[in-house]
Design a protein around this ligand. Structure first.
Ligand code: NAP
Length: 538
């Protein structure tokens, strides 16, 4: 460092990201009396809910199961207005949380982290942002999200389009009008589905470019009035207790029965009921063997295919919308509101690009193998370099300058999804190998566990906290073994780390913990109770 440059500011901990996990982590570490700095790329708090402002964005978890549970006061003060809150409401909620706990004063906004290098001798992290600022801290905590590194499609000519174009996860803060416009949407994942059903309401003409259809199911959202909110509030202890017990922290949980243990009539009636119920019940509350037994999966897929055929008037369009290369629930199920009915509208066209591939984006639109389309607006709902992508985009180096990206080339290796050997004093919130599901529930547990670990280290004046190699090997093997036999691990999707738009991400990997959330927590609790076994504390 040149003599004239100021010494980097020092903190006890640096947290990267001011989304749901970063905000709560700041709150918890502050309560330990630590000096904490949060570095946030955006101009405001909210993470996912700050960036994903596309039309129709909302979550698919019940609002009252999604908010933080740690503060009775917060639960008493915040009213949800819809069963599945739209993005603006969730962003308002997270701003409310930031204000209530006075979090902003420790957050440096517009600060995208470029690099984080471990300093062997000092046992601390040197962190630099893209705007050239440098900071040092004993602990580095990543709160960068599993779905936060958006990917544009690798299609020739993307830069040449002269109309408006947006990636859904980089949506402008101002409203975009579709009134009378010719609009294209590329991508039909959970984001594309929400965008399409919303844009179809006002666009002059909407053309959807679909490469792979997904199995969608009805969201069945509704408003929450004051009386219902009072009931929800009284029921919070029970709601959060239930979320602690279910497989993926949703209010829904797998039915203990096997698909073939009931009669065909019972099965059909059960599925009809699930299809007519709000939320993820049909995915998370279905027969226990739905995602492991091929014959069972084929039956539920056939049920949902029949629903699609009933809802889409043109049989040829319906067939295009029915997935043929994967079964129901083996990819994340998008929940929809009149998505299929949108294709019955005169102003909506579906283009199956598995039949007629996109050749290029032109200055005025999109050229497929058999037609040229003109557009005013192109929306890229093309997803994310998931789970490891947000790590890959930061130059993270551990002991001896080892790069995390290189270490994870063949897939992530972690201890409990939180630590990596060779990267001391770095803790990951909702990193690879973590239980996902209803994510704020996983986040709260994850943050509490990390906070306890930091408290433990500080109480003993320890300056190094690191997973052992053996611990990482054992946990990584365990996570891989949990995925064996799961039909979803045989399918290309972000959940198996495949992204056609990123070099080196065409091979399926195990990037998430697919055991139950209670089992995950039991294991982490046990590790802590045994004085952090599988780790070096020095
Ligand atoms: P995604 O599920 O990965 O979907 C991306 C879509 O873009 C796919 O249809 C994909 O087709 C298509 N695509 C990508 N590259 C393409 C290319 N070069 N040419 C043509 N099509 C291309 O991403 P996402 O929809 O953003 O959703 C990601 C996850 O975010 C969800 O699964 C969910 O977990 C979360 N999410 C949640 C909510 C919610 O809570 N309601 C809402 C939105 C998102 P292929 O399938 O052929 O690759």
């Amino acid at each position: 460092m040149a003599d004239t440059e100021p010494a980097p500011a020092r903190y006890d901990a640096i947290v990267i990201g001011a989304g749901i996990s970063g905000l709560y982590q700041l709150h918890r570490l502050r309560a330990l009396g630590m000096r904490v700095l949060v570095l946030e790329a955006g101009t405001g708090v909210g993470g996912t809910w700050y960036w994903n402002r596309y039309p129709g964005a909302r979550f698919d978890s019940e609002s009252y199961s999604y908010g933080y549970s740690f503060s009775p006061e917060l639960l008493a003060e915040w009213d949800w207005t819809e069963h599945f809150a739209p993005q603006p409401e969730t962003l308002r909620y997270l701003n409310f949380v930031a204000d209530k706990f006075d979090l902003r004063r420790d957050i440096r906004f517009s600060s995208r982290v470029a690099a984080a290098h471990y300093q062997d001798t000092a046992r601390e992290w040197a962190v630099t942002t893209e705007d050239g600022a440098s900071f040092r801290a004993r602990f580095l905590i990543t709160a960068i999200g599993p779905l936060s590194a958006p990917t544009m499609p690798r299609i020739a000519g993307v830069e040449s389009f002269t109309g408006q174009s947006f990636h859904t996860a980089r949506w402008p803060h101002e409203a975009v009008s579709f009134e009378g416009k010719r609009v294209a949407v590329i991508g039909t994942g959970a984001t594309g589905v929400q965008t399409i059903q919303e844009v179809a309401k006002t666009a002059g003409h909407l053309t959807v470019f679909q490469r792979t259809p997904n199995w969608c199911a009805p969201l069945l959202n509704s408003k929450i009035d004051a009386a219902e909110m009072a009931k929800i509030r009284a029921g919070y202890p029970e709601i959060f207790r239930r979320c602690q017990e279910t497989f993926a922290c949703f209010v829904h949980t797998m039915d203990p029965r096997g698909t073939f243990e009931v009669s065909a009539e019972e099965r059909e009636a059960f599925w009809e009921k699930l299809y007519a119920s709000p939320g993820f019940g049909i995915w998370q509350g279905n027969f226990r063997d739905m995602l492991t037994d091929r014959a069972a999966n084929a039956l539920i897929s056939d049920f949902v295919a029949r629903k699609i055929r009933q809802r889409v008037k043109d049989p040829a369009v319906a067939e295009k919308l029915i997935p043929k290369n994967h079964g129901f629930g083996t990819r994340r199920v998008p929940l929809e509101t009149r998505y299929y009915e949108a294709y019955n509208q005169d102003n909506v066209t579906l283009v199956d690009i598995s039949e007629t591939p996109i050749e290029r984006i032109t200055p005025t639109g999109i050229k497929t193998s058999d037609a040229a389309y003109e557009f005013d607006i192109i929306i890229y709902a093309t997803g994310f370099d998931a789970v490891t992508g947000s790590f890959d985009r930061i130059d993270i180096r551990g002991v001896g300058g080892q790069r995390l990206k290189d270490r994870w080339k063949a897939g992530p290796e972690t201890y409990l999804g939180v630590l990596v050997d060779g990267f001391p004093n770095m803790m990951m919130l909702i990193g690879p190998h973590m239980a996902l599901g209803n994510i704020p529930r996983s986040i709260e547990y994850n943050v509490d566990w990390v906070t306890d670990l930091v408290r433990h280290a500080r109480a003993r004046d320890l300056t190094l906290v690191e997973a052992t190699r053996a611990g990482v090997t054992e946990w990584t093997d365990h996570v891989k073994s949990l995925g064996v036999g799961l039909l979803s691990n045989e399918i290309n999707s972000w959940m198996t780390g495949v992204n056609s738009n990123v070099d080196g991400k065409q091979v399926r990997i195990v990037n998430r913990y697919s055991g139950s959330a209670p089992a995950y927590r039991a294991r982490c609790d046990e590790v802590a109770a045994k004085g952090y076994e599988g780790m070096v504390l020095a």
